[in-house]
Design a protein around this ligand. Structure first.
Ligand code: DI6
Ligand code: FE
Length: 401
């Protein structure tokens, strides 16, 4: 078999659906051709390779490249001072009333140029890449005006031109109410539905549409209007749902065949059943749970029992999850949510790909998929979940290189 590169002496966690657990292959080989996986499987069954390059990885583990399916990576400024105020006893509401919170990030984001947004996001993206991320989802939602949302989405797309990574973009105009629409939430939702979504769709700047369904965000009726506009423009939807309270957002998302419903701390049985019926992925964000000191964990046992796929993401954002480590996300999911090692590793690979609608193209080590790999200096895959603040990445491969 002709190929560009072959990695030999590898232990594989393929995450392939037909195989049990992590889909482990102890004496494995991966071969790439034109950026795709030409072969991933046991050395014993491998064809004879005619490879331009052979890489002996000395028994290290290969997993699919990691996928972070929920981030707000593009924003300007920071909220470290707000963090200090909160440590001194101020509440999120007090800070918001004093001009802090999402609106302070909105102001900084509006003041920044597209190039400045790219520069601000780059160190955060690099932190993800350093831990083996090969695909990242990036939301807008800190511009909250047509021009500033378009600018944010362009910045997100531009990141893929300067780093070897795949970026998917999500329009999150319905994230927060900008001050110029104070007392007119429905007017802002009109702007999102009638002006922003058509403009974003016409420019091909978003792969999906998201919203924040919450008392401090948007109501289910308003989200329904956003989803209708998204559907009218052929864009799949997803939703920040049941993060702080239960507004049955996950069931609403499921009704629209959403790719994912995210956060889900306050999800109830009916929401679990609706997600299971529609195949909507539960994207869990333990970094936000940890950073906000939430006490209610998402109903993992119920999701597991109902067969709802579970993905994991950093939710990297300046207010509730200033986190850029998928490895720490896995540790938090295991420690705080009692997810298994298998679930954690699937959550940042196969299920994360599913949450982006990309499972047929990546997320597992299978012939035909993108050759996106993470090669790890560990003795067993559980170490990737078990350790904290330690990065055993040996190499990251994106599209075969
Ligand atoms: N949920 C969150 O936790 C963040 N956005 C959202 O929809 C908060 C974002 C921020 O405070 O900047
Ligand atoms: Fe988020």
């Amino acid at each position: 078999m002709r190929c560009d590169r072959v990695w030999i002496n590898a232990r594989l966690a393929t995450l392939a659906p037909g195989r049990e657990g992590l889909g482990v292959i102890e004496d494995g080989v991966v071969a790439s051709l034109d950026g795709r996986i030409a072969y991933a499987g046991p050395a014993a069954d491998a064809p004879a390779f005619e490879a331009a390059e052979t890489v002996d990885i000395d028994g290290r583990w290969i997993t699919p490249g990691l996928i972070d399916p929920h981030t707000h990576l593009v924003f300007a400024g920071d909220r470290a001072h707000e963090f200090e105020l909160r440590l001194a006893g101020a509440s999120y509401e007090e800070i918001a009333r004093a001009g802090g919170g999402i609106v302070s990030t909105m102001r900084a984001t509006r003041a920044a140029s597209e190039a400045e947004l790219v520069q601000a996001a780059l160190p955060r993206l690099d932190a993800l890449l350093a831990e083996g991320v090969t695909t990242v989802e990036i939301k807008s939602g800190y511009g909250l005006s047509l021009d500033d949302e378009l600018k944010s989405l362009r910045a997100a797309r531009a990141l893929a031109d300067i780093r070897r990574v795949a970026v998917t973009t999500t329009f999150l105009g319905a994230h927060a109410l900008p001050p110029e629409y104070r007392d007119d939430k429905d007017g802002y939702v009109d702007l999102v539905c009638q002006t922003m979504i058509p403009a974003v769709a016409a420019r091909g700047l978003a792969d999906a549409v998201d919203g924040f369904c919450e008392g401090i965000g948007f109501s289910p009726d308003q989200i329904r209007r956003v989803f209708d506009a998204a559907k009218a423009h052929g864009l799949p939807v997803k939703l920040h749902a049941e993060q702080l309270s239960n507004l049955s957002g996950a069931a609403l998302a499921a009704e629209y065949n959403a790719l994912s419903a995210d956060h889900l701390e306050y999800l109830d049985e009916a929401g679990v059943a609706a997600m299971a019926a529609s195949g909507t992925v539960a994207t869990l964000l333990p970094g936000a749970y940890y950073f906000t000191r939430e006490h209610k964990a998402p109903p993992i046992a119920a999701l597991r029992a109902a067969g709802v796929p579970m993905a994991l993401a950093t939710d990297c954002n300046p207010g509730t999850s200033p986190l850029t480590s998928p490895l720490l996300v896995m540790n938090m999911a295991a420690t705080l949510f009692r997810m298994t090692v298998e679930e954690c590793l699937a959550g940042v690979t196969r299920e994360a790909a599913r949450a982006l609608g990309l499972l047929s193209d990546r997320g597992t080590l299978e012939a035909g998929k993108a050759c996106d790999l993470a090669i790890w200096d560990v003795e067993r895959p559980a170490e990737l979940v078990y350790r904290m603040g330690f990065n055993p990445l040996h190499a990251r491969v994106w599209r075969g290189l």
